[in-house]
Design a binder for this molecule. Structure first.
Ligand SMILES: [Zn+2]
Length: 343
């Protein structure tokens, strides 16, 4: 029997995918399964990296989806673990983040569910080239950040992700991040950290970031952390979110509690403001020369989140027949959005 707690928690989510789901209902599952022998035809650098390692994707089903929207051609790849079909939705929006891709496959094997990655085309470009509008921005531009295109203005793109969410399951995005801040005068090249970016460059002060208890040496840097967003209009995160943060810190994992009032069209902010019942967690690892180190760090964050955070606990209780949360639902209010920082 479906636990009452699960239903109560999840019911609002049925209201969430309104515009995106409705717009795509006629082509709801136009993902095309790809035979392993044809993986090379995907022209995806991540998959091609393992062309000589037949076991890397063994047991994983891969599908693709192509479409054009707002002047950009998108190529999404979906990965499924049929042995554990019920599980989180894993998201790797940036094609240049190799450890995030590796972590996604490892997490999919361990915890099940589905994953979506964005193939930017030949090579491993972070941005999608094109000529059109991206996310909530109305100005025409020549490239679109795949993690700045979650918007009511891009229902095809946004809906393609939302329809893969499993009921009661968290959404977990994986990112790698360069050290420090670009232009900080200290060799930094990143765009997100537990520290605030100074107006004049360099580190200014600790922001709403919380370092772990020091028990894990791999988190001895400000560029690796878990992230969840909360509505800054409510002043403080809710108790459950705070408990999650403290549990992660006690497990040695850094955490940034991201205050949000308007969306920057990133997945975390879009979901928070438009679909608050969706449980989102972002695992952000510093990029490393040793990709395996960044991968281990990702998995440590994911494991800690699934183990200690109440938001992830329905993972243990969702009925086996549960599928996508996408239903025919009524539209909900559109949040007005502006851009903020990248990640
Ligand atoms: Zn990223």
């Amino acid at each position: 029997m479906r636990p009452a707690r699960y239903f109560v928690r999840f019911f609002p989510a049925l209201l969430l995918c309104a515009t995106e789901a409705h717009a795509q209902s006629a082509v709801d599952d136009d993902w095309v399964r790809v035979n392993p022998a044809a993986y090379g035809s995907l022209v995806d650098d991540d998959i091609n990296r393992y062309s000589a390692n037949a076991d890397f994707f063994k047991g994983i089903l891969i599908s693709q989806k192509r479409f054009s929207e707002n002047g950009f051609n998108w190529h999404l790849l979906r990965f499924e673990n049929p042995e554990k079909s019920i599980g989180p939705m894993w998201v790797v929006p940036h094609d240049d983040e190799l450890a995030a891709f590796n972590s996604m496959i490892a997490a999919l094997r361990q915890y099940g569910g589905k994953a979506i990655t964005v193939n930017s085309g030949p090579g491993a470009a972070r941005m999608q080239s094109g000529h059109g509008t991206c996310g909530d921005k109305t100005a025409v531009q020549s490239e679109c950040d795949p993690n700045r295109n979650f918007s009511r203005l891009s229902p095809q793109y946004t809906g393609a992700f939302l329809r893969q969410m499993n009921a009661g399951q968290p959404v977990i995005a994986l990112h790698t991040n360069k050290s420090g801040f670009s232009g900080d005068g200290k060799g930094g090249a990143g765009s997100i950290s537990l520290y605030e970016r100074s107006i004049k460059g360099g580190f200014k002060q600790k922001r709403n970031g919380f370092f772990g208890n020091g028990s894990r040496i791999e988190f001895n840097n400000a560029d690796s952390f878990g992230l969840s967003a909360y509505r800054s209009a409510s002043q403080i995160p809710d108790d459950r979110s705070v408990a999650c943060r403290k549990a992660l810190n006690a497990d040695g994992v850094n955490f940034w509690h991201e205050p949000v009032s308007v969306s920057d069209s990133s997945m975390s902010q879009y979901l928070l403001l438009n679909h608050p019942s969706a449980q989102y967690f972002n695992a952000e690892s510093r990029e490393e020369t040793d990709t395996a180190l960044a991968t281990r760090r990702h998995l440590a964050m994911v494991t800690s989140y699934l183990k200690f955070c109440e938001a992830a606990q329905p993972l243990l209780s969702v009925p086996a027949q549960s599928t996508s949360i996408i239903e025919t639902v009524q539209p909900v209010a559109v949040e007005h959005v502006v851009a903020s920082q990248p990640k």
